[in-house]
Ligand binder design. Structure first.
Ligand code: PNS
Length: 162
């Protein structure tokens, strides 16, 4: 049986923290679907197409990883593709309550999948997409937060907005 996992998130934009989770999930499961999803509490800067393009660039070489997009309920998607797990990165205590709530809601909606939390690597504890956007807005150096392949895309997009 092929064990499929879904890695959902806003990825606005994808960071080294996310990439670390994709990499580790790809070693635990037969197939990993990175799912660019809608978080109703966030107003994304990048379009879904831009986010997918950036994820494609930074996951080159991860052979069992595919990318998809969802404008709907995560639990329905997980059921439709027959995934056994939802994989999320957990950074700190501050993430816990929100992630715990989502995990319980998803379990209620689709009990056959488990949410699996991977603890973020120590060097990414502080890292988030919003930190990257804030630093880039003020022309700071984001090279230790995102790969070179997407750095210019992020900077030029942020310049266009400001
Ligand atoms: O990276 P984020 O913004 O923390 O990811 C949150 C995300 C997108 C995974 C979450 O909002 C989500 O699952 N959205 C899809 C819609 C849905 O199923 N919402 C209910 C979750 S309990």
């Amino acid at each position: 049986m092929r064990r499929i996992a879904v890695c959902p998130g806003s990825f606005d934009p994808v960071t080294y923290g996310h990439i670390d989770i994709f990499n580790r999930a790809s070693k635990l499961f037969d197939k990993v679907i990175i799912l660019v999803s809608t978080n109703v509490n966030k107003k994304p800067l990048f379009t879904p197409t831009e986010r997918i393009k950036m994820i494609m660039q930074v996951t080159e070489g991860m052979d069992n990883v595919v990318i998809d997009i969802l404008d709907g309920l995560l639990a329905d998607y997980v059921k439709d593709v027959g995934a056994v797990a939802i994989v999320k990165g957990l950074r700190a205590v501050s993430d816990f309550e929100y992630e715990f709530q989502m995990a319980l809601a998803n379990k209620k909606l689709y009990p056959d999948a488990e949410t699996v939390f991977l603890t973020t690597s120590a060097e990414n504890m502080y890292l988030s997409s919003s930190v990257v956007k804030q630093i880039a807005t003020f022309d700071g150096d984001i090279s230790s937060f995102v790969p070179d392949a997407i750095r210019d895309d992020i900077l030029s997009r942020i310049k266009k907005v400001n």
